[in-house]
Design a binder for this molecule. Sequence first.
Ligand SMILES: [Zn+2]
Length: 279
Amino acid sequence: MPELPEVETVRRGAAAHLPGRRLRSLTLRRPDLRWPMPAAALQALVGRRCRAVDRRSKYLLLAFDGDAEPVALVHLGMTGRLVVEVVTARAARPEYRRHEHWRMDFGDRLVRFVDPRRFGALDVAPAAALARHPLLRELGREPLEPGFDGAFLFAATRGRRSSIKANLMDSHLLVGVGNIYASEACWRARVRPRRAAGSLRRAECAALTAAVVAVLQAAIDAGGTSFRDYVGVHEDAGFFARELAVYEREGEPCRRCGGTIRRTVDGGRSTYWCAGCQA
Ligand SMILES: [Zn+2]
């Protein structure tokens, strides 16, 4: 499943190509993905210019100019890929790829959405109503933006008996931290992922929020170097694997203390930690 670093990598790629370009046509090849797609509202984007490519959690936000400044929301779901191609020969209309469900034609750029399992999403909303959109309105803080710090995490976790890891993965609290990054951040911050979140001390909250940012940033940096004139999600899914400290390293030695990496199951998900240096 694409995680926040992958989505941010795609955003940066798309942001380098789409702003300033006018949408020439939009083709829906089916009525729905995870949910129905609003065909008429989406067709109303045609003729408008892309203003920016932003991101909220794992939603890509393609902002357009004109009345109400509509924003297209794109979610990659489980298996979705947003591919931006440079089109040189206009005569040869590019063939559809297998599982390509919609495309946006920006003239010399073509955006394709390819999603075998169809858990992705495409919707559109006016910019002013974006924060109230049902898919966005309950989302917590963005870890890579101001306001995500130790003081925030300390206040948010008081009295919580659920695990630290479950709280890191709670999108009402903060967005974009999946299973891999939650385990990795706990290791960096030297806290055991299954401890009650309410037991975190102030210094641990500061270390943990810094660790979340560092882990996400390292993954973005690793992913950001792998595309040239097109962008795709996890075409190179293993790009971050060699940097993982605990994830899927059960039984192997800790790179910090030499202790043994352990695995347990928390909330149905595998959790990895070092018994030697995570308290
Ligand atoms: Zn260790």
